[in-house]
Design a protein around this ligand. Structure first.
Ligand SMILES: C[S@@+](CC[C@H](N)C(=O)[O-])C[C@H]1O[C@@H](n2cnc3c(N)ncnc32)[C@H](O)[C@@H]1O
Length: 323
């Protein structure tokens, strides 16, 4: 890895799951983070247990279907731009990927990917079954509630796009996303008009209330409720709320899903990544058209929700990969 902020986020992902974390440092990370624990390639490949590569390489097994890690196993994640080195990929016992149904962004932030992989490879027993047919008609709405840092908010939006959301609502009471001066971003955006499938980011407004008849599920580490992967997170009219900390007041009829981790609660991008991954897992992947029985007449796969277009922030896919 080459970005010290990502290295710190990765170390935090490991602490979330109470596992040690070490870096193969060929890019001078250690100079900026002197407390970094390092490993060389030989030690990485010659560890005591199997090495599982986490990367979305062709043919990699879905992390949702991979069995739990063996005792003594390690997982490895890769460089922000180049992924895992080919020799490390070849030396790994297997490679698992986090399926990315998004049309525009096809990778997660590296620390988010590690947290999602650890969530499924270490536990998440008793998972709900995936829905599979017509997943789009069951995709829940997402509310990012009061994110406290713009990088964490941006990284969460990147995950949402990668997991297939096209619209996300943000309660931006901490003023980290809308109206913040982002001159570089705006300049670059102007130069990239050709990019397709932007993410619509809709402000929740001061007095957000769930749409009439909706079911609100608040997903957080410290709530009283069933485990995230045992809670129904999908369905028309479902709104998944991902609060950053405990400053966000849920509606009185909200349900709660607990994001249980064995270690410390991690930063917002890690929490939102796990919630979005689990919702995407429960949605399942669209049945291939060839396998579906022919339909009569016209049909549609999902309903269009109305959004307050004038206020909507359109974020281009390439911008999201900066997070
Ligand atoms: C941003 S990605 C690297 C980008 C990648 N080379 C590309 O452009 O396709 C950084 C690392 O995050 C992890 N990662 C990101 N998205 C992933 C996914 N969907 N499945 C598994 N690992 C992922 C992998 O370890 C990857 O090497």
């Amino acid at each position: 890895m080459e970005n010290p902020a990502n290295a710190q986020a990765l170390a935090e992902a490991a602490r979330m799951f109470a596992v040690p974390c070490t870096f193969r440092d060929s890019r001078g990370l250690g100079e900026q983070l002197p407390s970094l624990s390092t490993v060389d390639t030989a030690a990485l490949l010659g560890g005591p247990g199997p090495l599982v590569a986490v990367d979305n390489t062709p043919g990699a097994e879905s992390v949702y279907r991979a069995g739990p890690l063996h005792v003594g196993a390690s997982i490895v994640v890769g460089n922000e731009r180049r992924g895992i080195r080919p020799d490390v990929l070849r030396g790994a016992a297997k490679t698992v990927q986090i399926p990315m149904p998004g049309r525009s962004v096809n990778t997660l932030n590296v620390a988010t990917a590690a947290a999602v992989a650890l969530y499924y490879l270490l536990d998440a027993n008793g998972r709900r079954q995936a829905r599979a047919p017509r997943p789009e008609s069951h995709r829940p709405a997402i509310l990012l509630a009061a994110p406290r840092d713009h990088v964490e908010a941006g990284s969460s939006l990147r995950s949402a796009a990668a997991f297939g959301w096209q619209t996300v609502t943000v309660d931006d009471r901490e003023k980290v996303w809308f109206g913040t001066p982002r001159p570089v971003r705006n300049e670059a955006r102007a130069a990239a008009r050709s990019h397709r499938n932007p993410l619509r980011v809709v402000p929740a407004g001061d007095a957000w209330s769930p749409p009439h008849g909706s079911r609100v599920v608040v997903c957080a580490p410290d709530v009283d409720g069933p485990a995230l992967h045992r809670t129904e997170l999908t369905g028309t009219g479902t709104v998944l709320v991902i609060p950053d900390g405990d400053g966000w007041e849920p509606p009185s009829d909200a349900e709660f899903a607990r994001v249980a981790v064995p270690g410390e609660p991690g930063r917002y991008r890690l929490l939102s990544g796990i919630v979005l991954a689990e919702a995407a897992r429960q949605l399942g992947t669209r049945t291939s058209a060839a396998l579906r029985p022919p339909r009569r007449g016209l049909s549609y796969g999902s309903m269009l929700g109305q959004t307050a277009l004038p206020d909507t922030d359109l974020v281009q896919p390439w911008e999201l990969t900066q997070y």
